[in-house]
Design a protein around this ligand. Sequence first.
Ligand code: PRP
Length: 224
Amino acid sequence: MVQELTIAMPKGRIFQDAAKLLRQAGIELPADFEDSRKLIITAENCSIHFILAKPVDVPTYVEYGVADMGIAGKDVMMEEQRDVYEVLDLGISACHMAVAGLPESKRYPVTYKVATKYPKTAAQYFRQKGEQVEVITLNGSIELAPLVGLADCIVDIVSTGRTLKENGLVETEKISDITSRLIVNPVSYRLKKIEIDQLIGKLTEVVKENTYGMDQKSGSAVLK
Ligand code: PRP
């Protein structure tokens, strides 16, 4: 008997490329998959259900086992440190995590302030460098913080670099490259190994065959 799978999908910037990968892997998604407001959607040709979650919540759904698998950015994985298997680098939504600030703020105070939506990642990065920082957690528009004096610098993801540029900020340190990952709940992997391995196999083939190019409009790397 074929077992049903539930996959947690991140709404937002990763979603389109992730949907494209799934279609390439032979999963028939409803035509309005990308535009629908529904939060639970079922594939048309197989027993796969999708739950559409906020990107940062995807590893939580997978860790608790309500989703057997998920697609999550490496940035979220580093920050969330959830008990899940990271089984495949999907190569989509490539960007990087960096430190950035105003060009004139080369010299920071002894303990300087870092604004970010990745507090654990930022704290660990500066701790490893032996630098004392105060981490201020924000939920978005991180680039605003140095502009209004809330922080001396930021730790955030940079994709096209446009947000930094348009706000007069410069990147000072690269922390790590980021792509989206396929993740699996450890118990699901034991109980539904055949179905999960099959999907990992198909997606591995798709990832190998895919090429990435530059989207003329956004300037970021996209699937061709
Ligand atoms: C992300 C990130 C940067 C921006 C980088 O924010 O936090 O602000 O995108 O992209 P860019 O280099 O292409 O300009 P997001 O759009 O997810 O919104 P947020 O500010 O609400 O987090």
